[in-house]
Design a protein around this ligand. Structure first.
Ligand code: SF4
Ligand code: SF4
Length: 211
């Protein structure tokens, strides 16, 4: 099936229509206008202005063995919203997400001594070129936004860091918004069973609710 037909079929799907109108409206009316990402986005842009960009890097933080990005249901919904609005949720993307899950066994939990470990994977969105991530910063997972170069023109590992302090500041606000969002989803007949999952698994889980 071509991408165009895939997207058209999906948008005509009853589950998607039932999800889209109340949930996308809920996101548009409130959540997407709040300030959770403001500090992270302006920090990233400020770094870029000072030459601290990713253009010379091969994308260590988006690829194996370093990337283990996980997202919450709200982060997955915000990204899904962006992908749908920009006609980027295609059959090709779904195939890439499924391949990433299978290749990296992202749907299998590894635990040892009562602790579970995050699996690493190359992000299916990573473009393997100088502008590595095509996603608008306003819709990116917080963890991606928080990780930035500490110096100009990074080409090797270990020259970037995460603003854990900002992530910690965002957490309570995120938790409250996510709790309200989940209640809203539940009132519309949709329920997520996870707290955090690797990005490809979370997006496919979301799609499975709708299709
Ligand atoms: S944040 Fe650092 S590791 Fe990640 S792509 Fe940019 S320069 Fe490379
Ligand atoms: S979403 Fe973008 S920034 Fe985050 S891991 Fe994937 S390619 Fe990298």
């Amino acid at each position: 099936m071509s991408s165009d037909n895939y997207l058209k079929n999906m948008k005509n799907n009853e589950g998607f229509t039932r999800f889209k109108s109340p949930i996308f409206k809920y996101l548009e009316d409130g959540i997407l206008k709040d300030s959770r990402r403001i500090e992270l986005v302006s920090l990233m842009k400020e770094g870029e202005t000072n030459g601290k960009n990713c253009f010379s890097c091969q994308g260590f933080c988006c690829t194996r063995p370093h990337n283990s990005m996980q997202v919450t249901p709200l982060e997955a919904c915000e990204l899904f919203y962006y992908l749908i609005k920009n006609d980027l949720w295609t059959q090709e993307l779904v195939t890439k997400l499924e391949a990433s899950v299978a290749e990296n066994r992202l749907d299998k939990e590894i635990s040892f001594g009562g602790r579970s470990f995050r699996r690493t994977y190359t992000c299916p969105f990573f473009l393997h070129q100088s502008l590595g991530c095509p996603i608008d910063p306003e819709y990116k997972p917080y963890g991606c936004l928080a990780f930035n170069p500490d110096e100009p023109s990074v080409t090797t590992e270990g020259k970037c860091s995460s603003r854990v302090d900002i992530l910690e500041d965002i957490a309570p606000k995120h938790d409250q918004i996510e709790e309200d969002f989940k209640k809203h989803l539940k009132s519309q007949g949709f329920e997520f069973s996870f707290q955090k999952l690797p990005l490809p698994v979370a997006l496919l889980e979301l799609a499975s609710l709708l299709l």
